[in-house]
Design a protein around this ligand. Structure first.
Ligand SMILES: [Zn+2]
Length: 128
């Protein structure tokens, strides 16, 4: 039997990534400094003109640290649409359901997995 929990976690992560505004891009690169800046939801610029200040002597990839990624994500979330917000909330709810019922109620996991029945990794034996 395939791992339905891993399948669900992967699909939820995909949904979450797809619903997260990816408005911040990294401009520059050696020898210029790498500057995270926001292109806005439509790619024509952020109405707030958001960009990060490059630290003095910043190493290549300085913006990849978890602290900086959190700052970038916080700004990107200011561009979230209502539909994206709903999808992200559904992802949180699905994760909680999977965590609470795994090992207890396989039929509920099957019901959640059925949403993704057209995915190539979906196991046709999972539901009825
Ligand atoms: Zn922005």
């Amino acid at each position: 039997m395939s791992d339905i929990v891993a399948f669900l976690e992967a699909r939820i992560a995909e949904d979450e990534a797809g619903a997260t505004p990816g408005t911040v891009v990294i401009s520059g690169g050696w020898p210029a400094p790498e500057v995270p800046n926001c292109v806005g939801a439509d790619g024509r610029g952020c109405e707030r003109g958001w960009e990060m200040t490059v630290p003095i002597n910043a190493p290549t990839g300085w913006w990849k640290s978890e602290d900086i990624r959190q700052i970038i994500k916080a700004h990107e979330m200011t561009h979230v649409t209502e539909q994206q917000r709903r999808i992200l909330a559904e992802c949180t709810a699905k994760r909680e359901i999977v965590a609470k019922v795994q090992g207890l109620d396989f039929t509920l996991l099957e019901a959640l997995a059925y949403v993704y029945k057209d995915h190539p990794d979906y196991d046709k034996n999972w539901r009825r």
